[in-house]
Write a protein of this length. Structure first.
Length: 336
């Protein structure tokens, strides 16, 4: 009875909330909040090629604990190369030393560049990146993506306290994604590789405390027809599953409405090689997602949380799709 009352209260508040959409200037700018511990501005690009090559790059600018970075590239003939030393000091924009993301045209075009040493199975390589991201979809604002009923249910089922509502602020973030294509050149020890990768970029800011995450799933797919989709799920140590996502149809954006629980498809094993899921979006259509993982890159976040960044191929309602299948876990809660 009390849980039902809590649900009705939260649902009513969520329905009455004012949805404030960010401007393009805000979306394409770096954000800081020196008064908030572990405030985080994270910007990310991925890329996957027909030949199985792939690319991940992330810069995260944080109030405390230092800035984070990911930078890896894989080609079938060179293997995986990873940037294992910090790229350098933070610049004015999205820059850590020689790693830069430069906005060329807001909402449409970004330049990704890096020059330095990367490490692989065959030793240290001198690498230069000159890449350009060009958008194929609109920028998707996750402020529109909240699933009110499931969010209210997760909050209602939690044990309410002053500490709980303080922690709840950690889940309140600005989050944006956009599908596109990355083209350009990667030079490895003088050998030039022309690349053409399907890509999705992500920009978010807000409080991020890795130790408070229990687990999460982030699946993003770039479809052969030029559209893209997302399915995002997270469980905190103080609250159950929150979910969101989207699919594009040209310039139209439809938001995730029906989805499985994480434990229903990722319990044994926690990081499945294959997915076979049914999803439904706000256009009323049901989508059948089938994927198979070919590779993954592991990350250790503040020694509190682990992420496996999977590279997968598959289909969505029969349309060929290249995907990132990201699964994250807190070792305190799982036997990893």
């Amino acid at each position: 009875m009390f849980e039902n009352l809590k649900y009705r209260i939260i649902k009513k508040r969520l329905l009455k909330r004012e949805v404030k959409l960010a401007t393009l200037d805000e979306i394409e700018s770096k954000h800081k909040n020196p008064n908030e511990e572990l405030f985080n501005d994270s910007s990310y690009f991925n890329g996957i090629g027909e030949d199985g090559s792939y690319f991940f790059s992330r810069q995260s600018f944080r109030t405390t604990r230092g800035n984070e970075y990911w930078f890896e590239v894989f080609f079938p003939d060179t293997g995986l190369l990873r940037l294992k030393t910090h790229p350098g000091d933070e610049g004015e924009g999205f820059q850590l030393g020689n790693l830069r993301f430069d906005c060329i045209e807001k909402g449409k075009k970004w330049k990704i560049s890096f020059s330095g040493k990367m490490e692989g199975e065959n030793g240290v390589k001198e690498v230069d990146f000159d890449l350009e991201f060009n958008a194929k979809s609109p920028v998707i604002d996750f402020a529109n993506a909240m699933i009110v009923e499931s969010t209210a249910k997760s909050i209602a089922q939690a044990k309410w306290s002053k500490k709980f509502f303080e922690k709840l602020k950690d889940s309140q973030k600005q989050h944006f994604e956009q599908g596109g294509e990355i083209t350009g050149k990667v030079t490895i020890d003088g050998a030039v590789k022309e690349v053409k990768w399907d890509s999705l970029r992500d920009h978010s800011w807000g409080i991020r405390k890795w130790g408070g995450w229990k687990r999460h799933v982030w699946v993003c797919g770039m479809l052969e027809d030029g559209n893209c989709f997302n399915m995002s799920m997270v469980k905190y140590d103080y609250m159950g599953q929150l979910s969101a996502g989207f699919i594009t149809e040209g310039v139209q954006i439809h938001y995730l409405r029906e989805f499985p629980e994480i434990e229903g498809f990722a319990s044994d094993p926690l990081f499945p090689e294959k997915l076979d899921l049914k999803l439904k979006y706000s256009n009323g259509k049901e989508y059948h997602l089938q994927t198979e993982r070919r590779a993954f890159v592991p990350y250790n976040m503040d020694n509190e949380y682990r992420i496996n960044e999977g590279v997968s191929f598959g289909s969505l309602n029969g349309v060929k799709t290249k995907l990132v299948t990201e699964f994250g876990f807190n070792p305190k809660h799982y036997d990893l």
